[in-house]
Design a protein around this ligand. Structure first.
Ligand SMILES: Cc1ncc(COP(=O)(O)O)c(C=O)c1O
Length: 402
């Protein structure tokens, strides 16, 4: 008998989004004409500023360990970004640069949560929240909407107990694409500050918004904001997912220092190459963000047009991100079964809603190109329509439904 693995390892599940990406990639590698609408990254090319910086850095032939909590230049870039979008000026000691927003969030949980502490978040939620909270020894407390895709602020307040250590908000939200209202953010910010509960704003999509929408600025409603942690990164904003650079900004230096210790003792520091590229993206021409929003808004409109042709599904227009969270429960209450069926029969990858705490839904990404969006939804429609011909031609290939 091999020796046993840790108790923790048995408690932590796979990332369903990474799993679906791997399955779609494997099918593609085997030559199958898969349409991938499960992804979480814009296909947009990297900003030229980031590419130039990485080449210059590589050519210097100095690719070394970098300062553990981030380079001074990158911290200054994040300080300038935060001042521009949140209207608050921070110091370098308030900033931690990490390997993606994911590690920044993880560092926060490791630094702030003690065994038994509760962390509140709303469904539908980003797949990693419950697992990350569990790794940190905390208890995930999920608040579910009574209708639609958004919880009410009062529901969050009602979930607070003496054990609540943090409230975690993500707006616009992955997977729903919904933005919380000014009133919602104001209520939560004021409540968390008054009750000294950490408020973590996962703002990774805060600029990816459509139709003139604006993501409320939480700092506007904070007096001191000592309890607030703002998480962001370059992955979604510039399509630089591969760099793995994100950050946390918090007024409490002791929190940032503790998060920094978690990072220093685990990954040592960020990739030297990545950090200069991320810094250049932040300091470079920002028109790429507006361009990206235009493309995504257009893609969203196309996706909505196509999805609305599928009878019996319910859809709420995404206000931001690049995800649409569609209720397919009429066809199958098990989203995992439905997603598997669509991958096998229609060669379309989407992510089952159960991964986000909402079964019966499928998350369809619209960061793919338009042709893939149209083709993917056409195939979903065909796969669900029992009156359609059993066979569908895809290029030279014929796929057959049951
Ligand atoms: C809500 C949310 N937070 C954080 C992240 C992590 O982003 P990063 O690539 O910066 O680690 C993601 C990525 O999908 C996300 O959707």
């Amino acid at each position: 008998m091999p020796t046993t693995l840790s108790k923790l390892s048995s408690l932590i599940g796979d990332s369903p989004t990474l799993k679906i990406n791997a399955a779609a990639r494997a099918l593609k590698a085997a030559g199958e004409p898969v349409v991938h609408l499960g992804g979480g990254e814009p296909t947009y090319p990297a900003p030229q500023s980031a590419v130039d910086a990485i080449i210059q850095k590589a050519q210097s032939r100095k690719i070394k360990y970098s300062p553990s909590s981030g380079t001074p230049a990158m911290k200054q870039a994040v300080i300038a970004y935060t001042e521009k979008y949140y209207g608050r000026r921070f110091e370098p000691a308030n900033v931690l640069i990490s390997a993606g927003a994911k590690q920044a969030l993880f560092n926060f949980l490791l630094a702030a949560v003690t065994e038994g502490d509760e962390v509140i978040f709303a469904a539908p939620y980003w797949v990693s929240y419950p697992e990350m909270i569990k790794i940190a020894g905390g208890t995930p407390v999920c608040v579910r909407p009574t209708e639609g895709l958004q919880v009410k602020a009062q529901q969050i307040l009602d979930a607070v107990t003496p054990k609540t250590k943090a409230i975690l908000l993500n707006s616009p939200c992955n997977p729903s694409g919904q933005i919380y209202s000014e009133e919602f953010i104001k209520t939560i910010v004021e409540f968390a500050e008054k009750n000294d509960i950490f408020l973590v704003m996962d703002d990774i999509y805060h600029q990816l918004v459509f139709d003139g929408n604006k993501t409320p600025n939480p700092c506007q409603y904070a007096k001191e904001g000592n309890n607030m942690v703002i998480i962001n990164g370059v992955s979604k904003l510039y399509g630089l997912t591969g760099l793995r650079i994100g950050w946390a900004v918090a007024k409490r230096n002791d929190l940032i220092a503790a998060m920094g210790r978690m990072q220093a003792q685990s990954t040592s520091c960020n990739s030297d190459l990545s950090e200069v590229a991320a810094c250049a993206a932040l300091m470079g021409d920002q028109s790429c963000i507006a361009d990206l929003c235009r493309v995504l808004q257009d893609n969203r409109n196309t996706l909505l047009e196509e999805v609305e042709k599928i009878p019996h599904v319910k859809v709420q227009k995404p206000q931001g991100t690049f995800y649409c969270f569609v209720d397919f429960s009429y066809y199958n209450a098990s989203s995992a079964e439905l997603a598997q069926y669509l991958l096998e029969k229609a060669l379309v990858a989407v992510v089952p809603g159960i991964a986000f705490g909402a079964d019966g839904y499928l998350r369809i990404s619209f960061c793919a190109d338009k042709a893939s969006i149209v083709e993917g939804v056409r195939r979903i429609r065909w796969a669900l329509d029992k009156t359609a011909p059993r066979e569908l031609k895809i290029g030279d290939k014929i796929i057959t439904r049951d």
